[in-house]
Design a protein around this ligand. Sequence first.
Ligand code: HEM
Ligand SMILES: *[C@@H]1O[C@H](CO)[C@@H](O)[C@H](O)[C@H]1NC(C)=O
Ligand SMILES: *[C@H]1O[C@H](CO)[C@@H](O)[C@H](O)[C@H]1NC(C)=O
Length: 420
Amino acid sequence: MTQIFAYTVTLGCVTILLSLCRVVYNRIHYITQRNARGCGVIKKYRGYDPILGLDFVLAMKSALNEHRWLPWQKEIFAAQNSKTFEANFFGSRMIYSSESENVKAMSTSHWKEFGLQPIRYDNGVAQPFAGPDTSTEFLFGESLNSLTHPEKAEVAWAMVEVMRGIRVRLQMSKLLFLHHDKKWLDAVALVHRFIDNHIETTFEQLDERKVEQKDSKSSSEEERTDLLWDMAKQLPDKLALRSQILAVFVPSNDTTSIHIANIFFALARHPHAWAKCREEILALRSAPLTFEVLRGLKYVNWVLNETHRLYPNGIQMKGDIVHCNRYLMHRDPDTWGEDAEEFRPERWEEIRPLWRFVPFGGGPRICPAHILVATEAAYVLVRFVQRFKDIEARDEKPYTAVMRIGPSNLNGVKIGLVAN
Ligand code: HEM
Ligand SMILES: *[C@@H]1O[C@H](CO)[C@@H](O)[C@H](O)[C@H]1NC(C)=O
Ligand SMILES: *[C@H]1O[C@H](CO)[C@@H](O)[C@H](O)[C@H]1NC(C)=O
């Protein structure tokens, strides 16, 4: 008994000693680097636990659990009274910033110095597409039809589970080895199976195609045009292919759909903005909704920007240690004025925020789907505005961000629409 006790105590001491050494080493390394680059001193979050920063970690965890993630970020930045601060997160130095200069540096000049997220691959895949149905059709040449065939929604729900799990795993950081999440692993397996099946079929079809070409028989079937087909022709490695497909499948979910939901959430609370959209859109009369027409709708595009500003979603920009906080940047009164918290599309008439507004990131790593997202969102909005003369909110609940990969609204979007 005493032996076990002594053993545990020794182990504890050794662990603490080792962490201390690491903290000291990291500190020296950091100061040398900082001086070498002529950088300023970063404000420090002072917690009760200087070694592992457990109070900071626990505060973050409870903010996430109580769906107070965004308000908590605001409080914590306000308490530091600085747009950039550093905090100890499980013994690692993390930098949190809502400064546009940092976003710019991370996205452009220094982008290679900021590592890829563990969930992302450096891929060169082509134009992606949005939403569960459109994205599966685009990726695999076959729509999920999850709206009309509920049984096919299984993989879609697994995807939601996967996204939730990834968020938790990113948060667990170094303690990941303590975390066993069977539900998540099952969901990952299901999604992998779903994609692997498509890959198998694709390889079989490619083989058939080769045989046909050898016998110089012309194929009766039409050539597939989806992304998987094109990629499989160039990439014979099944695992690599699955990673590539997932790299588009993961960020394509929960993004455009949430953005569109946020647009309706905001418009239902600002009937004046709906009326302005309607004025602009009805002036189109029966003109076909081409790409150019959609891009040319000035007020509609202000609404899209204003929605991105107040309700950012999509992947968080994050290097190894630097986390850029788009949420705070997009509500910073220094940029947007005293009414920064208000939904007011008209502000886009004058403001040119450049790097202070980055819903899709920027530089070489900008979201490859950003034009597509804007086109889809504008299209959906135009169709609704043409059909319905009014929109009204059907609940009083405020926007409450719940975190998956990016934030979405806990209370959903309950609205009423009045037909023409
Ligand atoms: C409202 C919709 C969306 C928003 C706000 C959004 C936002 C973002 C952001 C902020 C990044 C990180 C950029 C950076 O690190 O600088 C990103 C990356 C990415 N997004 Fe999106 N996204 C959206 C929709 C989509 C869709 C629909 C797809 C695909 C079908 C997609 C595919 C990607 C991919 C593949 C990357 C990684 C690019 C890279 O690392 O090179 N996104 N997105
Ligand atoms: C919306 O924001 C982007 C920056 O991401 C800007 O380039 C664009 O001009 C803005 N659109 C409008 C209509 O103001
Ligand atoms: C994407 O997310 C939405 C809502 O979070 C979910 O209903 C949908 O089924 C998901 N689709 C896919 C393919 O992951």
